[in-house]
Design a protein around this ligand. Structure first.
Ligand code: NAP
Ligand code: ZN
Length: 362
């Protein structure tokens, strides 16, 4: 399953995308190369690519990983243009997706359990850690992608590809912990913290599971649409301490999608005894977790990331059955820097998706 992905010099296929070159995060046109299509690979022409907040973190070097130049994008959908001779699952013309994962060892304990995400040799669709090997992957803000067929996903016919693209990361990142931590049970009460790209999809999945859902947000302006459009049962303005106090010990679980440091204690207080707080948002600074309330309520704080390939396909199929897609704003490639600024300000309802095929001009 492991395959060297893209590099600066060693490949012969010319590719084109938009890259950030420094901590300004400003993206601009970028020529690079990708590997030729191998026997187990498919090549896809990219149609759409979602903008995840992780793209913003990495392009602006929020975590200090310093992986420039970086072509972001891990919510990639497109059409198959080439298949290797060993490829079994896909043919030219298929509409497909590639999410966060593009390679893993295939033989470790995690890979054997379809948890490629947690393989020590996992490769992401674009390089986010500088691992010192010099190996570099470039993501989906680009014209095409070459990938081992194992890491390619299919979409049900009824899901529009542009709005389905965010399922590949946002969808998988909230669905996986809901399954793993048992936060998918009808009638249970789930809190969703942060109503952004991940959060709004979490609300949709939780409602499809038959759960009671409360959005916990710093933006009172989102209350009406959280309830009327996304189907949440209730809404808590997290800066209103009276509202928060009234909801203490009411939730079975919480999915925390916040992209910046924020207090954990008030969220732990919202949990019933045995409740689980699962953090999927990535803050650039360490956050404090008070231990006493965990002990007294036998509560758990956990983390999670996107599911493995098998689970990601299961999530997409589930989304197809329940007509779950993201609420998107479709943008052109040359709007991407404005979109990033707006994402940083929380000004997006609820995911930007780039219309790559129609607007990426070499
Ligand atoms: P997003 O669309 O920007 O949503 C984040 C939401 O967090 C915002 O809409 C806002 O919601 C809330 N928020 C932002 N700043 C806040 C602050 N200072 N205090 C409290 N709340 C704040 O981002 P996203 O794409 O959903 O991604 C969310 C986070 O998950 C990012 O850190 C991203 O890197 C991470 N992520 C992790 C994984 C993983 O594998 N675990 C995968 C994908 C993304 P309200 O307005 O409702 O408060
Ligand atoms: Zn993402």
């Amino acid at each position: 399953m492991s395959n060297t992905q893209d590099g600066d010099q060693q490949h012969t296929q010319k590719a084109f995308g938009w890259a950030a070159r420094d901590t300004s995060g400003i993206l601009s046109p970028f020529h690079f190369t990708r590997r030729v299509n191998g026997d187990d690979d498919i090549t896809m022409k990219i149609l759409y690519c979602g903008i995840c907040h992780t793209d913003l973190h990495i392009t602006r070097n929020d975590f200090g990983f310093d992986v420039y130049p970086v072509v972001p994008g891990h919510e990639i959908v497109g059409v198959v243009t080439q298949v290797g001779c060993n490829v079994q699952k896909f043919k030219i013309g298929d509409k497909v997706g590639v999410g966060c994962l593009v390679a893993s060892c295939g033989s470790c304990e995690n890979c054997k359990e379809d948890l490629e995400t947690y393989c020590p040799k996992v490769e992401f669709s674009y390089t986010i850690f500088n691992d010192g090997t010099g190996k570099k992957n470039y993501g989906g803000y680009s014209d095409f992608y070459v990938v081992n067929e194992h890491f390619v996903l299919r979409f049900p016919e009824n899901l529009p590809l542009d709005a389905a693209a965010p399922l590949l990361c946002a969808g998988g990142t909230v669905y996986s912990p809901m399954k793993y931590y048992g936060l998918d049970k009808s009638g249970k009460h789930l809190g969703v913290v942060g109503l952004g790209g991940l959060g709004h999809v979490a609300v949709k999945f939780a409602k499809a599971f038959g759960m009671k859902v409360t959005v916990i947000s710093t933006s009172p302006s989102k209350k009406k649409e959280a309830i009327e459009r996304l189907g949440a049962d209730s809404f808590l303005f997290s800066k209103d301490s009276d509202e928060m106090k009234a909801a203490v010990s009411t939730m079975d679980g919480i999915i925390d999608t916040v992209s910046a440091p924020h207090p954990m204690a008030p969220l732990i207080d919202l949990l019933k005894p045995h409740g689980k707080l699962v953090v999927v948002g990535v803050a650039e600074k360490t956050m404090e977790v008070p231990i006493f309330p965990l002990l007294m309520g036998r509560k758990l704080v956990g983390g999670s990331t996107v599911g493995g390939i098998k689970e990601t396909q299961e999530m997409i199929d589930f989304a197809g059955k329940h007509n779950i897609v993201a609420d998107i704003e479709l943008i052109s490639m040359d709007y991407v820097n404005t979109a990033m600024d707006r994402l940083a300000r929380g000004d997006v309802r609820y995911r930007f998706v780039i219309d790559v095929a129609n607007t990426l001009n070499v």
